[in-house]
Write a protein of this length. Structure first.
Ligand SMILES: NC(=O)c1ccc[n+]([C@@H]2O[C@H](COP(=O)([O-])OP(=O)(O)OC[C@H]3O[C@@H](n4cnc5c(N)ncnc54)[C@H](O)[C@@H]3O)[C@@H](O)[C@H]2O)c1
Length: 242
C-alpha cells in the first residue's frame, strides 16, 4: 500500500479521472476527501471506503477554506492534494464573453490556487512533507482547445513551477499531470468529429482511460516520486511531447 495512513484531497472526484484517482488512492490506504460540485457523485466515489465526500465549488475561496478547516479539525492533516477539478468550453476565441473567460479561469486556475493555498497552509502548520498535483492538458502544447482553457492550463504549469521551487526546502513536492484525450464525461461532451480527429493524433492509437491517469497520480503522490518536483508529467499516448 503506497499511501497508507495518508490524507488525500481530490477535487472533481465525482466522476472521470477524479473518481478513478480517489478510488485508487483509497485502495492504496489513503483516507480520501472527495470534493465536487455534485455531492451525490462524490458520495458514490467514496462509498465502501473510510473517505469523506464534501460539496464545494473550488472557484469559491470561502467554500474551499471551509472544507480544509473541517479536514484540519477532523483528520488533522493533509498529505496529498490532487487539483483535478476542471471545466472546458466550446467557445470560439472572438466569442468568449467576459463571464465565460472568468468562469474557465476561475475553476481551472483560481480553483487550483485556492485549494493549493489551503493545503500548503495545512502542510506547513503540521510539518507535513506533502504533495500537490495540478492538472493541465496537452492542449497547452497543441493549442487544440478553447483559448480560455489553454490559457488556464498553461497558467497551472507556472503555478506548479513557482510552488515547487518555493516549497522544496520544506519537502513539499508539486507536479503537473498533463493528460491527453481521456475517456471521461468531459471527453464525451466534445463534438464527435473533433474527438475523432484528436484520437487519430494519438500515436498509441487509443484514448486514455481514467485508470491510466490514476496510476500516474499514484506514482506522483507516493514516495516512488520522492525526487520529482516542478515537472510536467504527460500521460497522453504520445500525442504531444513535453
Ligand atoms: N478528459 C480529457 O480528455 C482531458 C484531457 C486533458 C485534461 N483534462 C483535465 O483533467 C481533469 C479531469 O477531467 P475529466 O475529463 O475527468 O473531467 P469531467 O468533466 O469528467 O469531471 C470533472 C469533475 O469536476 C467537477 N467540477 C467541475 N467544476 C467544479 C468546481 N467548480 N468545483 C468542484 N468540482 C467541480 C465536476 O462536477 C466533475 O465531477 C480536468 O482538469 C480536465 O481539464 C481532461
Amino acid at each position: 500500500m503506497k499511501l497508507n495512513g495518508k490524507v488525500a484531497v481530490v477535487t472533481g472526484a465525482g466522476q472521470g479521472m477524479g473518481r478513478a484517482i480517489a478510488q485508487l488512492f483509497a485502495q492504496e490506504g489513503a483516507t480520501v476527501v472527495a470534493v465536487d460540485l455534485k455531492l451525490e457523485n462524490a458520495q458514490q466515489t467514496v462509498a465502501g471506503t473510510n473517505g469523506l465526500a464534501r460539496k464545494a465549488n473550488v472557484a469559491d475561496s470561502a467554500e474551499v477554506k471551509a472544507v480544509f478547516d473541517e479536514i484540519d479539525a477532523t483528520l488533522g492533516r493533509v498529505d496529498v492534494l490532487v487539483n483535478n477539478a476542471g471545466i472546458g468550453g466550446l467557445d470560439k476565441f472572438a466569442d468568449i464573453s467576459d463571464s465565460a473567460w472568468a468562469r474557465v479561469i476561475g475553476v481551472n486556475l483560481n480553483g487550483a490556487f485556492y485549494c493549493a493555498r489551503e493545503a500548503v497552509r495545512s502542510m506547513k502548520k503540521h510539518g507535513v512533507r506533502g504533495v500537490v498535483i495540478n492538472f493541465a492538458s496537452s492542449a497547452v502544447a497543441s493549442g487544440d482547445g478553447p483559448v480560455h482553457y489553454c490559457a488556464a492550463k498553461a497558467g497551472l504549469m507556472g503555478l506548479t513551477r513557482g510552488m515547487a521551487r518555493e516549497l522544496a526546502p520544506e519537502g513539499i513536492r508539486v507536479n503537473t499531470i498533463v493528460p491527453g484525450p481521456t475517456n471521461t464525461p468531459m471527453m464525451a461532451g466534445v463534438p464527435p468529429a473533433w474527438a475523432e480527429s484528436i484520437i487519430k493524433g494519438v500515436p498509441l492509437g487509443r484514448m486514455g482511460e481514467p485508470e491510466d491517469i490514476a496510476r500516474t497520480a499514484l506514482f506522483l503522490a507516493s514516495d516512488d516520486a520522492c525526487y520529482i518536483t516542478g515537472q510536467n508529467i504527460a500521460c497522453n499516448g504520445g500525442c504531444v511531447f513535453f
